[in-house]
Design a protein around this ligand. Structure first.
Ligand code: AMP
Ligand code: ZN
Length: 143
């Protein structure tokens, strides 16, 4: 049987990583407070919310970071953005929200299964980034 002919659940298992915490949520091995699920995506509450609403949207297929995104992830990545507004509204964030994808060490990524943070609260969330150092005045090389 070719991969494309296999049942979706079998393909899903093949595309998850054994020790990845979010893959384990996808496989139902550890619990999550799910707010949305379809064949491609899963959304659930962040375990350590930083605001009254803090959800994570993930592709079910394992993808470590945006650096690793390729054509095969095109649809899921688009779907994540389309789903963001819908879920935010459904979960009561009608006046705006913040969507963040952290990538790598500099981005502060802790879980290496790509996820979109959806963050909102009744109040304005404050500055997007609290500066930790003086921003360079010109296009300094990145470290
Ligand atoms: P990041 O720093 O962008 O990789 O964010 C990882 C996020 O995953 C953090 O906000 C964590 O609180 C969250 N997180 C880690 N483990 C779990 C879990 N088991 N269920 C829900 N959220 C989790
Ligand atoms: Zn994973």
């Amino acid at each position: 049987m070719t991969d494309s002919a296999k049942p979706l659940a079998a393909n899903m298992a093949a595309n998850t990583h054994a020790d990845c915490i979010f893959c384990r949520i996808v496989r139902g091995e550890i619990p999550a407070r799910k707010v949305y699920e379809d064949d491609e995506l899963l959304a659930f509450h962040d375990i350590s919310p930083v605001a009254p609403m803090h959800l994570l949207v993930i592709p079910k297929q394992h993808l470590s970071t945006l650096y690793d995104a390729s054509e095969e992830h095109h649809h899921a990545l688009g779907s994540m953005l389309m789903l963001a507004g819908r879920i935010a509204r459904e979960q009561g964030a009608a006046e705006g929200f913040r969507s963040i994808i952290n990538t790598g060490r500099v981005g502060g990524q802790e879980v290496y299964h790509l996820h979109l943070h959806l963050i909102a609260g009744p109040q304005h969330l404050g500055p997007m980034i609290v500066p930790t150092q003086q921003a360079p005045k010109h296009n300094a090389p990145h470290q």
